[in-house]
Write a protein that binds this ligand. Structure first.
Ligand code: BMA
Length: 313
């Protein structure tokens, strides 16, 4: 008997495309997501312009599905004059609300002359931003801040490249500027696996009573190109480098035309989610084929139950 899928695609996918933008763009994908205090869903979208460089643009919707109000101009642009590391744009934001600071941390990829690095900015309203600059030097990406300190220190999940493989790491900081105590969190497998050689955090971890529930992506390189799919793993709440369970099979992968065809086909790439008022329903916003934004719905309790049955320690 085949098991019911963990994620259900929205019937109206893709929910945002370049034609929804108030100014000319090439594509919109890989958005960070939050529920604002008034219940509005805000997506901080990666927008690629017609030069090929990306910036971030906010889209707001009351129901998180349609009627998006998109900022009339870019919300956050690379600022190469003051931050030379943002020379070729900024990409893939992951947003974490940090109660201690009463601010949102936006962790994004800065496209530097030497490849991607991890940059941090804070905002209260997604209109003005306080930039911290690059906090992890290239080559590094797929990063998110945990919402609270762990044993007194801030914790950042990120994905440095140690060619030929790239694993997920977690690093710690007393002040959000100086990072150390680097620990490997999850290793890319080897060989033919769907998550061999290159993995990375997808949206920020989901804090549950049983641990940090992590949706991560694996990249399988084939003769026809790469396939980006998603898997699940669970980590100890107070020791986020300790993996409690990891699923062997992917749980979501490209299968619909808008996921298989586009600027980069065969890619599903979520950078954000919102959680429903039931505390269980996850709305996963994902980039499809580096071209549009799509939505799939899942359940935290079902993901945990799936890991209980399918995960290995
Ligand atoms: C990854 C990131 C994503 C992108 C994906 C597929 O390395 O750069 O932004 O969606 O590749 O191209």
């Amino acid at each position: 008997m085949t098991e019911a899928p963990l994620f259900h695609r929205h019937g109206g996918n893709p929910i945002l495309t370049a034609s929804d933008w108030p100014y000319p763009i090439n594509s919109v994908f890989n958005a960070g997501a939050v529920t604002l205090a008034d219940g509005t869903t805000l997506l901080l979208c990666r927008v690629e312009d017609r030069r090929g460089l990306s910036h971030l643009c906010a889209a707001r919707s009351v129901n998180g599905v349609d009627d998006w109000r998109v900022d009339a101009t870019p919300t956050l642009l690379g600022d190469p004059e003051n931050h030379p590391e943002e020379l070729w744009g900024i990409e893939d934001p992951r947003i974490t609300f940090v109660p201690e600071l009463a601010k949102y941390a936006v962790v994004y990829t800065a496209y530097t002359r030497d490849g991607p690095g991890v940059a941090l900015a804070f905002t209260e309203d997604f209109r003005s931003f306080e930039r911290f600059g690059v906090i992890m030097s290239p080559e590094d990406k797929d990063a998110a801040l945990l919402p609270r300190r762990i044993d007194g220190d801030w914790a950042l999940i990120h994905r440095p490249v140690s060619a030929p493989r790239a694993h997920m790491w977690v690093s710690f900081s007393p002040d959000l500027r100086n990072w150390g105590n680097h620990r490997m969190m999850l290793e890319a497998r080897k060989g033919a696996w769907w998550d061999a050689n290159k993995i990375g955090l997808s949206p920020p971890p989901i804090e549950t009573g049983r641990g940090w529930l992590v949706i991560y992506h694996g990249v399988k390189h084939t003769a026809a190109g790469a396939i980006y799919r998603l898997g699940l793993a669970l980590f100890d709440l107070e020791h986020p480098d300790q993996c409690l369970r990891r699923g062997d099979e992917w749980v979501f992968g490209p299968s619909e035309p808008y996921e298989m065809h586009g600027d980069v086909g065969n890619v599903v790439f979520p950078c954000g989610y919102t959680i429903g008022s039931d505390g269980d329903t996850v709305r996963l916003y994902y980039g499809a084929a580096d071209t549009s934004l799509a939505l799939a719905t899942g359940s935290i309790s079902r993901m945990l139950e799936w890991l209980d049955r399918h995960g290995t320690i």
